[in-house]
Structure formats: C-alpha cells, structure tokens
Design a protein around this ligand. Structure first.
Ligand code: S3P
Length: 168
C-alpha cells in the first residue's frame, strides 16, 4: 500500500521523477520497463519484435499485480500500462495514480533521439505523437487520481507537487 504509480505518455518524465522522488523521500523505485527487460533478458524492442505487443502487455499485467502487493514504492509505469482496466484496478488498490501530463511538443523534444520505444520507431514526429496521445488521453484521465502538468517545470517543482498532493 501507499505506492505511487506514475503514469503518462512516453517521455513525460516518469523515470526522472521517480529517481528524484527516491532522493527526496527515500521511497524505493520500481522501473517497470527495466524490470521486464531484466526478467526477460531481452530489450523492449526485441520483446515487441519477437513475441509481440500482447505478450509484452501480459508481462506488464503480471508485474503490476506483483507490485500491488508491495508497499511504499514509487513506480515508473510504462506509457501503455493504463491500457488494461485490470492494471488500473491493481494500481488503485495499492496506492495513488499520478499522471504526468505534457504536450506533444515537449514529448517530442525528449524522445526524438531515442530508438528503444518500438511504438515510436519509424513514427518519430509530433503529429504521430499527438494522435497516439489523443487516442490514449481518455484512459490516462480516467486512471489518474492526481494530474501534474509538467510542461516548463523543474524536476523538483514536479516532485514537490506530487509529495504535497499524495499526502493530502
Ligand atoms: C510504451 C511505453 C514504453 C514501453 C513500451 C510501450 C507505450 O515505456 O513500456 O515501449 O505503450 O506507451 P515508457 O513510457 O517508459 O517509454
């Protein structure tokens, strides 16, 4: 219980926020993507390419179920972790869901040089990001208990807002 699940589009800053939260609060961090890469001994790109997206989504669901039995963790969720309603239920039962919200322009600036996000490989442009974000937005908003607009804010501003709002 008392976990914090950071959700949001790829590149919204979930990992950076989690590690700063760790420094500020001592909360242990769980990086969903890194845990999956560790347990499968395969990159996210390779999992998508050789086993398919559904297989990856099953791994996410299994992991979220395990995390929901933990306490006091700051969890950096994969950007698609909210796509299955069951995942959101597990998160809600064991903590607070915090959405990091950023514009497609901010996202693009942060992800444009990355090659390890299979959904963006070959689609690295603002219109594609905007379209995928629009499709997912209702899921992000329905899942979120707290929303933080991260555009133009420093890591510390974001983290302090999260600490304040999750303690209320
Ligand atoms: C995904 C986001 C990625 C990773 C995978 C799929 C998504 O995580 O889980 O590439 O569907 O949005 P990040 O949000 O950490 O980049």
């Amino acid at each position: 219980m008392n976990n914090i699940f950071l959700i949001g589009f790829m590149g919204s800053g979930k990992s950076a926020v989690c590690s700063r939260l760790h420094e500020l609060t001592g909360m242990e961090v769980i990086e969903m993507d890194a845990s999956i890469v560790d347990s499968e001994q395969m990159s996210i790109n390779d999992i998508f390419a050789s086993k398919g997206e559904e297989y990856f989504r099953d791994l996410e669901t299994n992991l979220i179920k395990l995390i929901s039995e933990e306490s006091n963790k700051a969890v950096s969720c994969g950007g698609g972790a909210i796509l299955r309603p069951a995942n959101v239920e597990y998160m809600k039962k064991s903590g607070k869901i915090v959405l990091l919200s950023a514009t497609p322009e901010t996202i693009y600036e942060r992800v444009k040089d990355s090659t390890n996000r299979p959904l963006l490989n070959g689609n690295m442009n603002i219109p594609y990001i905007a379209e995928l974000m629009k499709k997912r937005q209702p899921r992000y908003e329905a899942a979120a208990e707290i929303t933080i607009d991260v555009n133009g804010k420093t890591l510390d501003e974001i983290c302090n807002e999260i600490i304040e709002k999750t303690r209320q």
